[in-house]
Ligand binder design. Structure first.
Ligand SMILES: Nc1nc2c(c(=O)[nH]1)N[C@@H](CN(C=O)c1ccc(C(=O)N[C@@H](CCC(=O)O)C(=O)O)cc1)CN2
Length: 284
């Protein structure tokens, strides 16, 4: 058996094509959506992701606002950049690229953002709205995972889903999205404290692997025909991406997302969706 590829690159391209048309309509109404990014430090991965976000913006006609601070930036300096984007009328929505350097209070930075400009859906108010089932910008990676599953017709309703990881960008919000009535999945959240990960994985119809642990999910852990989404990123000595999913899983799974080329491009596409939706709300 060889799994069907959940092609994030192609699905993201289709989303961006739709957004290009929507941005053109907004511009006719005198509104140019703008995405801001705050990047602190010189982590090559983060630099690459932020550059990709701005490349996407250029493709669909969204304006880019880039703020870069050195790794030595203080809490106060980062907070000043956040306040500046909160006030900038050209900035429809923005993100603070995570993780921030050690010693910076990340939660305080997120809390300081204007929730109406939170393009990542990670402000506590927006995460709270998600819990309360109120409209909110959805966190980009979890929403990208859902969009990819829907695009390829993977049954989510009633599915047993195992999410591996509990980080703020994916692991925490992913079950919130999956357990909404519109999705109706049953979710088990696993993490480094889980006693028998393999036992949980073996029961899953859908696995979302977001632990950042190379080849954590092995072929023998996967139920034949399951959908496996590889979200985790580790780097080999040569700097190449190594996902959380062992390559042999493709022989057992029914669907698999490549890494790179799977959830990463979807994360970026959903970010643009959040910015365009915010701009559309502003024109009513
Ligand atoms: N503020 C945020 N910070 C971070 C988020 C996030 O959603 N918001 N998620 C991750 C990183 N991330 C988004 O910023 C991200 C990860 C991967 C990609 C991507 O396009 N990956 C490519 C490969 C790129 C490469 O070669 O390295 C792919 O998978 O094909 C985009 C964005 C942590 N921080």
């Amino acid at each position: 058996m060889s799994a069907q590829i959940l092609d994030g690159k192609a699905t993201a391209a289709a989303i961006k094509s739709d957004l290009t048309a929507r941005v053109a309509v907004l511009k006719e109404k005198g509104v140019t959506p703008g995405l801001g990014t705050i990047l602190v430090g010189d982590d090559p991965g983060s630099q690459k992701y932020v550059a990709g976000k701005h490349r996407d913006c250029a493709q669909v006609g969204i304006a880019s606002i880039q703020r870069e601070l050195p790794a030595t930036a203080t809490q106060e300096e980062i907070e000043a950049a956040v306040r500046e984007l909160n006030e900038d009328p050209a900035c429809t929505g923005y993100i603070v690229q995570l993780p921030l350097p050690k010693g910076i209070d990340e939660n305080r930075i997120l809390e300081l953002m204007d929730p109406d400009k939170d393009a990542d859906g990670l402000h506590p108010m927006n995460l709270g709205r998600l819990v309360l089932n109120e409209p909110a910008p959805l966190p980009c990676t979890p929403n990208g995972v859902l969009t990819l599953l829907r695009q390829y017709g993977v049954e989510i309703k009633g599915a047993e889903v195992v999410v591996v990881g509990r980080g703020v960008t994916i692991g925490r919000p992913m079950p919130l999205l999956l357990t909404r009535r519109s999705e109706n999945a049953t979710v088990t959240q696993c993490h480094t404290g889980t006693r028998d990960l393999s036992a949980h994985l073996k029961r899953a119809d859908i696995i979302v692997a977001a632990a950042g642990s190379a080849h954590l999910v092995r072929p023998e852990d996967v139920k034949p025909g399951a959908a496996v989404l590889d979200v985790g990123v580790s780097r080999s000595a040569e700097g190449k991406i190594v996902g959380d999913v062992h390559p042999g899983v493709a022989e057992v799974a029914g669907w698999i997302s490549p890494n790179p080329g799977g959830v990463g491009p979807m994360t970026r596409a959903q970010l643009l969706v959040n910015v365009v939706e915010a701009a559309e709300r502003s024109v009513g």
